[in-house]
Design a protein around this ligand. Structure first.
Ligand SMILES: Nc1ncnc2c1ncn2[C@@H]1O[C@H](COP(=O)(O)OP(=O)(O)O)[C@@H](O)[C@H]1O
Ligand SMILES: Cc1ncsc1CCOP(=O)(O)O
Ligand SMILES: [Mg+2]
Length: 265
């Protein structure tokens, strides 16, 4: 059992107990799966993005998730309003910089969001590399970098921004630039075939940081929950379609034993 396991189990239980309201300003592709992942984990999702109401809604939410997957000026305005309200109220918020290395509009938008002190930045290796090194890269929403390429950059980014940085892929990595980083293996190699699973994980990070004050532990717990559910689901899945629904079922019935078995490796 790893030293982080008791904290992960506590975060998992806290999400079920508190059922935090999570405001997701997330892309069209991901809305359905992200809401279902939050429901399965015991949280309460709300996809609210228009600038006419986004900031007002953020005042009600336990956490805000800003995801730039299908961004446009109005969506960016909604994100900025919401995360400003969250930050000013000391509420956690999560940045998912989808495909940030692809276009200058994405990079500029992420720069504006980074000024508002994200509690957690969760992305794949290419996305984190782009933010840390200010270079273009990635293959659209997919990564063409490895964790080895980005580990030290992720540590430095966390130190510089004060954010928890989570890099996901075949191996997940969580760093705050100070504590000993966490590396998690597991899941199923077919998980990247489920579109918007990374976005849904960022939403789950939102639920965990809403329910638990230590954002490093909360982020680790979210990653562990999805990996555990994915790995258990993968044992009987026949392809990405059945993996998707089985993963939701396994997330909904995940217990401390299943989690401990996963995190402890
Ligand atoms: N090859 C893999 N083997 C096992 N799990 C994976 C693999 N690739 C991604 N995952 C898992 O899929 C989830 C989404 O991560 P990722 O694919 O990196 O996000 P994104 O979709 O944003 O690129 C994470 O839980 C991650 O651990
Ligand atoms: C396919 C696609 N296109 C724009 S956003 C999006 C979803 C990306 O989701 P994820 O990063 O979780 O794979
Ligand atoms: Mg992604």
């Amino acid at each position: 059992m790893s030293h982080i396991t008791p904290a992960v189990i506590a975060v998992h239980a806290a999400v079920r107990e508190q059922a935090p309201l999570v405001q997701c300003i997330t892309n069209y592709v991901s809305m359905d799966l992200a809401a279902n992942v939050l429901n399965a984990a015991g949280a309460s999702p709300a996809m609210v993005h228009d600038p006419r109401e986004a900031g007002e809604f953020a005042a009600l939410a336990g956490a805000v998730v800003a995801n730039i997957g299908t961004l446009s000026p109005r969506w960016v305005d909604g994100m900025l309003d919401s995360v400003e309200v969250a930050r000013d109220a000391n509420k956690p918020w999560v940045l998912d910089p989808v495909a940030v290395g692809a276009t200058s509009y994405r990079r500029e938008s992420v720069d504006r969001l980074l000024e508002l002190d994200p509690t957690v930045i969760r992305g794949n290796a290419s996305e984190v590399l782009t933010i840390a090194t200010r270079t273009a890269g990635g293959k659209g929403v997919d990564s063409d970098a490895s964790l080895d390429d980005v580990r030290e950059h992720a540590d430095a980014l966390a130190k510089r921004t004060g954010s928890i940085v989570a890099v996901t892929g075949p191996e997940d990595y969580v760093t705050d630039g100070e504590r000993e980083p966490i590396a998690l293996r597991g899941g199923d190699p077919r998980m990247p075939l489920i579109t918007a699973l990374g976005c849904s994980l960022s939403a789950l990070v939102g639920a965990c940081v809403a329910a638990h004050d230590d954002a490093f532990e909360a982020t680790t717990a979210a990653l562990a929950m999805l990996s555990a559910a994915g790995e258990i689901a993968g044992a009987s899945a026949e392809g990405p379609g059945s993996l998707r629904w089985r993963l939701l079922d396994e997330l909904a019935r995940l217990d401390a034993g299943g989690l401990a078995q996963h995190v402890g490796r």
